[in-house]
Design a protein around this ligand. Sequence first.
Ligand SMILES: C[S@@+](CC[C@H](N)C(=O)[O-])C[C@H]1O[C@@H](n2cnc3c(N)ncnc32)[C@H](O)[C@@H]1O
Length: 187
Amino acid sequence: MAIFNKENIKFAKSWIKNPKRMGTFLPLSSKVGKKMIHSMPKVSDNGLILEIGSGSGALTEFISSSNNADKIICVEIDEELCKILQKKFPKAIIHNKSASKFNEYIPNDILNNVEVIISSIPFMSVGKTITKEIITSCVDVLKSNNGVIIHVAYTPFVPFASYGMKKVFCKSVWGIPMTYIHCYKAI
Ligand SMILES: C[S@@+](CC[C@H](N)C(=O)[O-])C[C@H]1O[C@@H](n2cnc3c(N)ncnc32)[C@H](O)[C@@H]1O
């Protein structure tokens, strides 16, 4: 796919408006998406996948290629990117909201079935309060479901251990910039 397509231009516009929240001006590459999906555990028949910070759906495409789209719940704060997600993944549940305290608006009967959380929230730049609110909500869900979070970032440093989470693995994807696929579980 060409780098300067409509979707990527919208993504870059969102970055110009709010660089700290976006973290990057281009969506994650398909190389990263492929490695992420190979690292992701299989979900059960009733299991669901919660993706936080879905952007324009670069990772969602890979998640939906190996799981039914109606198993995916996306949370994305940027309204323009949500419109792209809604068009591309009409069967997914899409929340145009902050992932902070997502457990206050996603019903329990859905959260109880979330087995994997996929994140690409730029924790290094969104600030401590938002990071804390997002990760504590993730810990609550993962603890009761014995699930994992897969977090994709351009840094090997992630804050999950400070919230009592245990590292399962960290895989690197070579390229510029280097990308890291972190997997943690709540204990
Ligand atoms: C690094 S981009 C990754 C986008 C996409 N997942 C990809 O694969 O390219 C981070 C995304 O997280 C979103 N984001 C940042 N803070 C958020 C928050 N508090 N709640 C929900 N989404 C957030 C941004 O709007 C952006 O789309």
